[in-house]
Design a protein around this ligand. Sequence first.
Ligand code: CA
Ligand code: CA
Ligand code: CA
Ligand code: CA
Length: 393
Amino acid sequence: MKIKSARNFLNIMFLIFMSGLLIWTGCEEKNTPPESMRLNLNVTVLDTTGFSFDQFNKIFVDSAKVFINSISYYNFYDTLSDSVGVASFEAILPDRYNISVTKRVMYKYEDVLIEKILNGQLTDIEIFGEDFNTNIYVEPSVAGQLVLSEIYYNGSPPQSPYYIPQYFHDQFTEIYNNSDEVVYLDSLIIADLDYGHADEDYIYTIHAYMFPGNGKDYPLNPGEFVIVAQDAIDHTVVVPSSVDLHDADFEYFISNPPGDQNNPDVTDMIQIHHKYGVDFLYSVFNDAIVLLKVKDPYACGYSEFDCLKFPKSAVLDGVDYRDNLAEVEYKRLDPSIDAGLTGGFDSYKNKSIQRRIDFYKGERPILMDNNNSSIDFIVLDHPTPGYIFDQGK
Ligand SMILES: [Ca+2]
Ligand SMILES: [Ca+2]
Ligand SMILES: [Ca+2]
Ligand SMILES: [Ca+2]
């Protein structure tokens, strides 16, 4: 399969960055009410699970990265917790906030070095009136191996020569191996979620497509990407500003209903469930995309409205996006999968959402995964199929 390594593209990306084609957004303050309204927020990071006490003999978590994002103004701040676990944010705007904390910890167990991530979330906290103190509780989890590194759902603007008003066949999903080990794509499922199912245990999917393979046919090495195209063709032929996906690794080819086109050189994803549409189209307005792994895709059955159900615990990664980021009440994923919301732009602009680089392990980028897309994702002005835009360079 044609997988590209991140390393090979960093130089190219630097050049593209220098040419000013790409910007990232989300960190600068976009609203400035009077100084007198501002207040201070102190967040104390605690681990009451026993993990930090057993490993480090304390329950306060120091040097944890605490992120806050304001829901109405989209402002975003981060800072580190101090020696007694307190992260202080000064003179922030009163608003509803999502608060998220993450820390990677290494410890030795029987002479083996083990890495865990301490994660915690508070969602939709009202911070108004006066200074605010709160606790956030973390739990240890294993770092996700495969992550959705980019989802390009936006579509392309009308332009010469054809001026197509709503071009969305250029959508793609990019998956990245964020771990130190080879991971196999075989039998993993990409699905999108129906809105409006409050269920503790299950997700309700509209479409679900599975990678082929018998267990070890499609390896993904650490730091490698895989591209799943809606249609694996060169879209720049019809819309010059779009992307060339003719050498994508996989594509959604829908034989029933008829109308989809097939690139015979690109492997098709296997249809598991297809509620409607001539293709696996991600909504250009709002949707939630998940990557999941189950033994039997049909084990949990269907809902009464023909959604295929999967256990929430099977989800490896998920991203919730929307054109209007203030509409948090319409989120499709619960905080255990994605506590935030990304997107925030109009349809058909060639924009894309990409996971941030958290840090580098040698030359290999490790992408951020707090299970909070408000924090983990940035908006790109142009998609980057099979490579990454380094926001720090
Ligand atoms: Ca297709
Ligand atoms: Ca094909
Ligand atoms: Ca995640
Ligand atoms: Ca990319």
